[in-house]
Design a protein around this ligand. Structure first.
Ligand SMILES: Cc1cc2nc3c(=O)[nH]c(=O)nc-3n(C[C@H](O)[C@H](O)[C@H](O)COP(=O)(O)OP(=O)(O)OC[C@H]3O[C@@H](n4cnc5c(N)ncnc54)[C@H](O)[C@@H]3O)c2cc1C
Length: 594
């Protein structure tokens, strides 16, 4: 049980294959279930987390005081929660992706600030050390980080560089004596101040073809080590939510580090950061499952207990709609996250699309579910005496950090279409498709291959033969949507060519369709496994089967609306109105005048 990649067992991204209209059923069926060993471990750890939280975590007080007490961090460290993915030889729990996600989910369901602190510490803070560290680096720093004796921070964002992460300015200058001097500032760094270990992304100079070019390198800056005297911190930020987690600016004034503190290769830091964020996004997604389950529990208790018009409000249709929607959304996200972690544990080598999907779908589902839960509680929900408003404030950050959902949509579309655009390169060499048709002899080889693959996509076959018989209708819909999606991706590439890169309207729809396809697949896979199991009673089977069908058809509706939007939309008008809004400096109308 660990997150070490099994080299012999790697297979390609499931979501990446959607862009070719392909799916390897053997990778997603059966749904990756917990082994007996994993179940035992998960139960032991989540029980321990709940017990510790009941005794020691007062989320409302921590929110009020905007502070996580030191003894909470110490206690979490003693439980092993600060070193979930660290190999045992360095004092960690060596959990695989599935267990890591499940334990993280539990913590996030208890308190958003504590989960953020823990996530910033290990999901991203010292993740570069796990992924890239040499045995010497790991031996030097990991044991204290895994035990929670020292905290870690991930330092990428700067005042001028948020989403455009490559534009960072913090500079590490090679002193020519085996050391680098780091100067610059990082903004909104979680655990900034209290952490000892900072993974800092800096620009470094490189000679290429007689020119000096800047690339990114990741350095470990450790408080108290010689040369770190220039490390300082801004005031603690006064935030809307996750208030108990610490967020500060981090300043580097001629901080000197030895080259032994470089994490990964010199000049390859951007890739290091992206890989770190890929796994970070996954735990963020599982954390959203925890938050959603917590709010549904609260809202259900309220709906069952609160009487209006002489009846519990849970008996009113418009409240029933909400409870059902919340449960079905949780089922969808849980299936999506744990299909992903299971695929990663089975050896899916490239999971950047899947983890982005977990983050985007997770954060938006959480936000929707929290809003719905608060509406069920109504006035109580709005009062600080109850936890709903805190959970709402805490939830909002998930759509922003670790890559905003807009950036991740752009990323999902562009990373996904990279594959098919390579395959269509031959076509791209010919100035446009009509010129291909006007000279069919010259292009016959290209066109024949293209036509063959296109024809196979248009033949709506049953792509999912392994789905449970009672889900046949959904499986057939899925097959049709998958081929429709791949054809649309090709059409988009032919229509826009390389201009697709600057065209976010179709990118957004492609990303949305990718997300929905992946969610629908997770629903079909998990529900099939439950329905096929002899260990599950009929009542539970009915429950999941109904939730699957409901969530699937919601997802399908969103997919179809995005697919239709690819060819019939108001994009031009949207762009024009937005430009007018900017020209007006806002709305620009007053009812008095117009
Ligand atoms: C509480 C908190 C904790 C944080 N913790 C950390 C941390 O530990 N480490 C760290 O490095 N950073 C951290 N951050 C920073 C966080 O990752 C950034 O806020 C985030 O990446 C977005 O950057 P920005 O806020 O500058 O927004 P901007 O990049 O300025 O974006 C503003 C808006 O424009 C959109 N946008 C930008 N570019 C595009 C585009 N090309 N297409 C479409 N839309 C676009 C964005 O999606 C967003 O809606 C934290 C932030 C907060 C609030």
């Amino acid at each position: 049980m660990s997150q070490q990649k099994s080299e012999k067992n790697t297979f390609p991204s499931v979501a990446g294959n959607f862009f070719y209209g392909e799916i390897d059923e053997n990778t997603v069926f059966p749904f990756p279930s917990f082994s007996e060993e994993q179940k035992e471990m998960a139960k032991a750890m989540t029980d321990a987390v709940c017990k510790f939280a009941a005794d020691s975590i007062d989320a409302a007080k921590m929110d009020e005081e905007a502070k996580i007490p030191a003894e909470v961090i110490t206690g979490l460290g003693e439980l092993g929660l600060c070193g979930l993915a660290v190999e045992e030889e360095y004092g960690g729990m060596a959990l695989d992706y599935t267990l890591y996600a499940r334990v993280f989910q539990e913590m996030a369901g208890i308190d958003g600030s504590t989960a953020t602190m823990l996530g910033a510490h290990q999901s991203i803070g010292y993740r570069a050390l796990i992924n890239e560290g040499t045995p010497e680096q790991k031996a030097k720093w990991l044991p204290d980080l895994a035990s929670g004796k020292r905290l870690a921070s991930f330092c990428l964002t700067e005042p001028g560089s948020g989403s455009d992460a490559y534009s960072i300015k913090t500079k590490a200058v090679d002193n020519g004596d085996g050391t680098y001097t780091i100067t610059g500032q990082k903004l909104w760094i979680t655990n900034g101040g209290s952490a000892d270990f900072y993974s800092v992304y800096c620009k470094t100079d490189h000679e290429e073809n007689g020119k000096t070019v800047e690339k990114i390198t990741c350095f470990a800056v450790v408080k108290g080590e010689p040369g770190s005297e220039g490390l300082s911190f801004g005031e603690k930020e006064n935030k809307m939510g996750i208030r108990a987690s610490e967020t500060r600016a981090v300043y580097f004034d001629k901080v000197v580090v030895p080259k032994e503190n470089i994490l990964g290769e010199l000049g390859k830091g951007f890739k290091v950061a992206m890989n770190v964020l890929n796994s970070g996004r996954l735990s963020l997604g599982s954390g959203c499952v925890g938050g959603m389950k917590a709010i549904l529990k609260l809202a259900t208790e309220h709906a069952a207990g609160r009487k209006q018009f002489d009846r519990p409000i849970a008996e009113f249709g418009l409240i029933q709609e909400k409870l059902t929607d919340m449960a079905a959304t949780i089922y969808s996200l849980e299936s999506t996250v744990y299909m992903t972690t299971g695929l990663m544990d089975r050896g899916m080598g490239d999971y950047q699309l899947e983890s982005a999907i977990c983050k985007v779908y997770g954060s938006e589902s959480l936000w929707k579910v929290v809003d719905t839960g608060l509406q069920i509680a109504a006035g109580n929900g709005y009062m600080r005496e109850y936890p709903y408003e805190r959970i709402m404030r805490d939830s909002r950050i998930n759509l922003i950090f670790e890559g905003t959902n807009e950036i991740l949509r752009v990323f999902t579309a562009l990373a996904g279409i990279r594959g098919p655009s390579e395959s269509l390169k031959e076509l791209g060499k010919i100035s446009d498709v009509s010129s291909v048709l006007s000279d069919p002899i010259k292009s016959v080889g290209v066109l024949t291959d293209f036509a063959k693959s296109r024809f196979s996509k248009m033949m709506v076959t049953r792509a999912l033969t392994k789905a449970h018989a009672s889900l046949e209708e959904e499986a057939n819909y899925f097959s049709g949507m998958l081929s429709g999606f791949a054809i649309q991706v090709e059409n988009t590439l032919i229509k826009y060519g390389k201009d697709i890169i600057g065209n976010e309207f179709p990118q957004g729809r492609i990303a949305n369709m990718t997300i929905e396809l992946y969610v629908m697949l997770a629903l079909l896979s998990r529900t099939t496994s439950i329905l096929n199991s002899s260990d599950v009673d009929q009542k539970k089977k009915d429950y999941v089967s109904k939730m699957c069908k409901l969530a699937f058809h919601d997802s399908r509706r969103r997919f179809v609306s995005n697919l239709k939007g690819m060819t019939k939309n108001k994009d031009k008008m949207i762009k024009e109105i937005s430009e007018m809004v900017v020209d007006n400096g806002g709305y620009g109308l007053d009812i008095i005048d117009y």
